[in-house]
Design a protein around this ligand. Structure first.
Ligand SMILES: CC(C)(COP(=O)(O)OP(=O)(O)OC[C@H]1O[C@@H](n2cnc3c(N)ncnc32)[C@H](O)[C@@H]1OP(=O)(O)O)[C@@H](O)C(=O)NCCC(=O)NCCS
Length: 146
């Protein structure tokens, strides 16, 4: 297994991977090729894929606003799970974020996603029960939840 920086050319394969995973929260704008291109342009050194024999089996997108690091869309092909691939992707991305001066990272995960929550818990990502997550769409967005 090899981890390398994610490229825009990987988009179609990665999108297929996301759609094959239960628990992803995608949408028609941020997860379009144009949306991902925008994210990669802003965060060129902190998004990674895992490859086995030239084929993409895992992905993590992380980025920052210069203060907090954010993690998005971590996924591993079901056939390659429980081999430490997602953990390696997280470790690689955390090192990359630290390198650009980020001290703390955050992510959101569906409450119903037991595997996802078990995974983040095992890596020491604690639940903030003193906070309420709020957001507001600035553009009409269509959710694509898997
Ligand atoms: C969550 C996910 C990325 C984990 O990928 P993975 O490569 O299987 O994870 P790892 O092998 O690196 O697991 C690391 C640790 O996480 C925990 N973990 C992983 N999968 C787990 C599961 N199914 N049940 C319980 N704990 C789990 C374990 O503690 C594991 O360490 P261990 O194998 O030494 O016990 C993968 O299951 C996935 O793609 N799920 C669908 C998408 C998703 O939910 N993404 C996260 C939400 S944003």
């Amino acid at each position: 297994m090899k981890i390398r920086l994610m490229q825009l050319d990987d988009y179609e394969k990665i999108y297929e991977l996301w759609m094959s995973c239960v628990g992803m929260g995608l949408n028609n704008l941020d997860d379009s090729k144009e949306g991902i291109e925008k994210f990669l342009q802003r965060n060129p050194d902190t998004c990674f894929v895992a490859e086995v024999e030239e084929s993409i089996v895992g992905v993590i997108m992380t980025g920052s606003d210069g203060r907090r690091g954010y993690i998005y869309h971590t996924a591993v092909n079901p056939q390659y799970r429980k081999q430490g691939i997602a953990k390696s992707l997280v470790d690689t991305a955390m090192t990359a974020l630290q390198r650009i001066g980020i001290n703390k990272v955050a992510l959101v995960v569906f409450d119903r996603n037991e595997i996802g929550n078990g995974f983040w818990e095992s890596l020491g990502f604690t639940v903030r029960d003193d906070l309420i997550y709020r957001d507001k769409a600035l553009t009409e967005i269509v959710r694509i939840d898997t």
